[in-house]
Design a protein around this ligand. Structure first.
Ligand SMILES: Cc1cc2nc3c(=O)[nH]c(=O)nc-3n(C[C@H](O)[C@H](O)[C@H](O)COP(=O)(O)O)c2cc1C
Length: 344
């Protein structure tokens, strides 16, 4: 293909619905969490943890990209800024069956800043645009960007618009916007998820100014009521911590946002559906505690929920622990009689 054509390629593939997304979260949105999430909602778009281009290119690629087909629709999040490397990894995403490839321009950790990854790239819209263009040229998958509304020292509305315009001119049409700035000097990554104030109105304004772009809002969203309000101004919502700490929330997503019944009748049913996967993983040598920690939130706020968590905490790490630990923990929570539940 002549270089001119390649450079002007536009990312027209819309891909999966992003009306309701579960955020990428390092060490949290692992394949084991995602498998559970998928027992609760068929339609929520799930994101992997961030994987750096360096890890994918120089490390154990198959291990980093490993997922189960049951997890689809699934987006791979990349961290990086070198266009050739991003292009290579975007092609890998397609080869491995992901539904979308997303670039992280929101993570504020020092470790990633030193490698020009994450939120520090908000200061370099041309570099992000170059990386996105290279990714789009390397894959037919939708290429999306997750970013902040700014960073310290570059937090004006005009600078945010410059970022959006340059990256959209490179062909990106979906922006997932964490509605607060990242403070790169002086706040930890955790503080950067809580301290800078949320400015949802900026995200609404982006959608109003750029109606042709798909704008997904993220940051501090906890309830369906809040989601509904945001959906009046944006194309989709992305939930992180709430979806992890209270995964049962996802059981209402298909009905509420996609007009279809959800797959799970009860928390117990959902957990039982995960057990064969856990058994397969145990057979591969994965430790139970490595997986069970992602199940801890399932009975959040339920009678017996604390006993469920305590039983797992006290037993899952013991050598040779198997799925009987999960079954025993589940038996500590009274099971509702779902035959009495009349479908809405
Ligand atoms: C433990 C943890 C790890 C995270 N890792 C990532 C990551 O790998 N990539 C990313 O773009 N954001 C990451 N984030 C940020 C979330 O994707 C999200 O933007 C942030 O938590 C705000 O959404 P929330 O208020 O709904 O949690 C992480 C957040 C948490 C809590």
């Amino acid at each position: 293909m002549p270089a001119q054509t390649v450079e002007n390629q536009v990312n027209t593939r819309f891909g999966p619905s992003r009306r309701f997304c579960v955020a990428p979260m390092m060490d949290w949105t692992t394949t084991h969490y995602r498998y559970l999430a998928r027992q609760l909602s068929r339609h929520a778009l799930l994101y992997t943890e961030m994987v750096t281009t360096g890890a994918l290119i120089h490390g154990d690629t198959s291990r980093f990209l490993r997922h189960d087909a049951a997890e689809y629709p699934l987006a791979l999040q990349l961290g990086g800024s070198n266009p050739q490397e991003l292009a290579h990894c975007a092609a890998l995403a397609e080869q491995y069956g992901f539904d979308e490839v997303n670039l992280n321009v929101g993570c504020p950790s020092d470790r990633v800043q030193n490698n020009m990854i994450g939120a520090c790239l908000m200061a370099c819209p041309d570099k992000v645009a170059e990386g996105v263009r290279a990714m789009i040229n390397a894959t037919g998958l939708p290429v999306t960007v997750k970013h902040r509304i700014g960073i310290d020292g570059r937090e004006s509305w005009e600078e945010l618009c410059e970022f959006i315009e340059k990256v959209s001119e490179a062909g990106c049409r979906t922006f997932i916007v964490h509605a607060r700035i990242a403070v790169l000097e002086g706040l930890s990554p955790k503080e950067n998820r809580d301290i800078p104030p949320l400015k949802y109105d900026w995200v609404y304004r982006l959608k109003a100014c750029y109606p042709h772009l798909e704008i997904i809002i993220n940051g501090g969203i906890k309830t369906f009521d809040e989601c509904r309000q945001h959906l009046e101004h944006t194309d989709g919502v992305m939930l992180g911590r709430e979806a992890y700490h209270n995964p049962w929330l996802l059981a209402g997503v298909d009905t509420e946002f996609f007009g279809q019944p959800g797959p799970a009748r009860s928390r117990h049913d959902a957990l039982r559906a995960v057990l064969p996967f856990i058994q397969d993983e145990l057979d591969r040598g994965v430790y139970l505690s490595h997986m069970s920690r992602h199940l801890m939130g399932l009975f959040h706020g339920q009678p017996g929920g604390r006993q469920f968590r305590r039983y797992i905490s006290e037993n899952a790490h013991k050598p040779g622990s198997g799925i009987e630990v999960i079954e025993q923990a589940m038996a500590r929570v009274p099971e509702p009689d779902v035959s009495l539940v009349v479908p809405a």
